[in-house]
Design a protein around this ligand. Structure first.
Ligand code: ADP
Length: 271
């Protein structure tokens, strides 16, 4: 079995999805310290000649951070309005942090329909390639303002997987609030065991127990496994790791933390 660090070191094009749990602190506000730290680690990877795209959740929590009195409003229009406000806050945090490293960021807000429409997905692809070619870090999120149920991708794990496939990435990394996938939910079962390597992502759900989703995240572990199936079918490996560890990318590169690597069938990757 290859070490996790090898998968990262051998990948040039990497999509990193950052979950809302990771981006929020214990008060449910945007965790600026984390953004600073992840930006620094991403920049370190860029200096090693890697190309990075970020898929970032967190608009909702940043919106609550800015508009405290709306926190309890459950109506969909308020939720979408909170995301509209929070998206600016979120991008501002990324922008400021990358600017300290002389790096520009570009924002893409996308819906599920965009991937189904050939001319729209071609436009997304062209924009992404141009940003990357010019050394800009694309930051992608679902366009919550237009994403009503019928057209929404629903979670950024899936959006990240679609992006990785569209870009033909070498590796898709999901940063969540757990070390990886377990045989049962580690938050409710003390005896849960981490699964280091999965080579049959499409059958994994039959072997493990899953329950619950977070208060902020909409995905849960099931959508992460679905995302793995999507990228694995394109020959792209997926790594699930714990972004609650502020130093996660550096630690993965040192093999000092664990994670779950999902490999395409038979361990065969596209390259
Ligand atoms: P994010 O906001 O990062 O997308 P989610 O909260 O949506 O994260 O999903 C991760 C959560 O899934 C974990 O915190 C964990 O409580 C839950 N979970 C349920 N079953 C499992 C399992 N078998 N292995 C790992 N996590 C699990």
């Amino acid at each position: 079995m290859n070490k996790i660090s090898e998968w990262i070191k051998n990948s040039r094009k990497i999509v990193i999805k950052i979950g809302s749990n990771v981006l929020s602190n214990d008060e449910g506000m945007a965790n600026i310290e984390f953004i600073e730290s992840i930006t620094e680690q991403i920049n370190r990877l860029r200096k090693q000649d890697k190309q990075i795209m970020i898929v970032s959740s967190g608009a909702g929590i940043c919106g609550v951070g800015a508009m405290h009195m709306w926190a309890r409003k459950g109506d969909i229009n308020y939720k979408q309005a909170l995301c509209a406000i929070g998206q600016v806050e979120l991008m501002n945090a990324y922008k400021q942090s990358f600017a300290k490293r002389d790096v520009h960021v570009g924002q893409l807000l996308i819906t599920g329909e965009d991937f189904e429409d050939p001319s729209r997905s071609l436009n997304i692809r062209n924009t992404l390639f141009t940003l990357i070619d010019e050394g800009v870090v694309p930051i992608i999120n679902e366009n919550d303002t237009v994403s009503i149920e019928q057209i929404s991708i629903g979670d950024n794990d899936t959006l990240g997987a679609l992006t990785a496939n569209l870009w033909n990435a070498d590796l898709f990394i999901i940063l969540s609030d757990i070390d990886g996938v377990y045989d049962k939910n580690p938050k409710t079962h003390a005896d849960a065991n981490l699964i280091d390597e999965v080579t049959d992502s499409d059958k994994l759900m039959d072997r493990i127990e899953t329950d619950g989703t977070s208060s902020f995240g909409t995905g849960g572990i099931r959508t992460k496994i679905k995302a793995a199936v999507m990228v694995n079918s394109y020959g792209i490996p997926m790594l699930l790791a714990n972004g609650k560890n502020k130093n996660v990318l550096n630690d993965l590169l040192d093999d000092s933390v664990k994670g779950t690597i999902f490999l395409p069938h038979g361990g065969k990757t596209k390259s």
